[in-house]
Design a binder for this molecule. Structure first.
Ligand SMILES: Nc1ncnc2c1ncn2[C@@H]1O[C@H](COP(=O)(O)OP(=O)(O)OP(=O)(O)O)[C@@H](O)[C@H]1O
Length: 315
């Protein structure tokens, strides 16, 4: 299965929030939907869910116009949706039946998913009497109880301790292996890197980067080198590089451990090393740059002021 968003535009009043968002996600390969606060991720997800109508653009599933039905889509929203004062079992059975199961199937699926997420002992408790992490796992079980083919998870790891995070990681891997379409939205890049073969980064309502994560890392690492010194801090070394290497390389970023250099086409490695040595730099390391998703994200969207309204909301 393949879900495709094509040139989605969305305005609220006069203000256009999405300016032509396009990306594709295939079953068996999770997509990480990334962006800073206020970038437009939730709006995009709500359009996929048909909560909002796009002003223009199309969503296609295997080449046909996609019309989400409850049975097809499981959405774990950031603001969780279950009722605190109702029993876990009753809510989940109700949801499963809404998604087309009969009572017996709904009961079986409820037991299966609570068990899979290690929260079956709470089946007859009101949701509000559970700890935050266990509530989170029940919310996830409720997202999956209808056995959806398209699973959209917004910050699914929030509030989980490392052991529970591992349980959830195993479940997400299973969902991907079973051939479901998984869209995963998170600000925690390490999780996205663990699960997602593909990413789409949205910035101010535009997709600024999308595709296969390995290819993106290859492209991004090419033409960049890291350099560090025994006798200078990365910050001091960056100043030296800016002054002495400007014909060969630009300082792209300075981390706690090293400086990332973006090489110009005429750059000669030996010459760079030579210039550094002549400037008194005792080189500790000079090598290939293997960017993390976090590096790529910051380089794509990190050097701007945050959306002030969204930043306020996030506080
Ligand atoms: N119902 C609405 N009416 C008006 N503006 C809205 C509405 N929903 C979202 N917006 C605006 O659309 C922009 C994108 O918001 P959205 O919630 O999609 O961002 P996000 O990427 O999900 O952010 P976060 O990571 O903070 O959840 C923001 O400027 C927000 O204020």
């Amino acid at each position: 299965m393949k879900l495709e968003l094509k040139d989605i535009r969305k305005s609220f009043g006069e203000k256009e929030i999405l300016h032509g968002v396009s990306f594709a996600v295939e079953s068996g390969r999770a997509l990480g939907l990334l962006g800073r606060n206020g970038a437009g991720k939730t709006t995009t997800i709500r359009i996929i869910m048909d909560v909002f109508h796009a002003n223009s653009g199309e969503i296609m599933l295997d080449g046909e116009i996609f019309r989400p039905t409850a049975s097809q889509v499981g959405y774990l929203p950031e603001e969780r949706g279950l009722y605190p004062k109702k029993k876990v079992r009753d809510q989940m059975v109700y949801l499963a039946m809404l998604r087309g199961m009969n009572k017996k199937q709904a009961n079986e699926s409820t037991v299966k998913w609570l068990d899979r997420l290690h929260v079956s002992e709470y089946i007859d408790r009101n949701l509000e009497t559970l700890s935050k992490g266990n509530q989170q796992k029940v919310q996830l079980a409720a997202t999956l109880v209808g056995e959806p083919q398209l699973v959209i998870l917004d910050e699914p790891f929030s509030g989980l301790d490392p052991v529970n995070a591992q349980v959830l990681k195993d479940v997400i891997r299973e969902l991907i292996r079973e051939g479901r379409i998984v869209i995963f939205s998170s600000h925690q890049m390490s999780y996205v890197e663990e699960f997602c073969e593909d990413i789409a980064i949205i910035n101010h309502g535009d997709v600024v980067l999308s595709g296969h994560l390995d290819d993106i890392k290859d492209t991004y690492g090419r033409g960049r080198k890291t350099i560090s010194a025994d006798n200078y801090s990365p910050q001091e070394l960056a100043d030296i590089c800016r002054e002495k290497l400007s014909s060969y390389a630009a300082v792209e970023r300075v981390t706690k451990k090293y400086v990332v250099l973006e090489l110009k086409t005429q750059a000669d490695m030996w010459q760079i090393l030579d210039i550094c040595k002549q400037a008194g730099v005792e080189i500790h390391q000079f090598g290939a740059y293997e960017p993390s998703l976090n590096d790529i994200f910051i380089s794509c969207v990190g050097d701007e002021e945050p959306d002030t309204e969204a930043a306020k909301e996030a506080v």
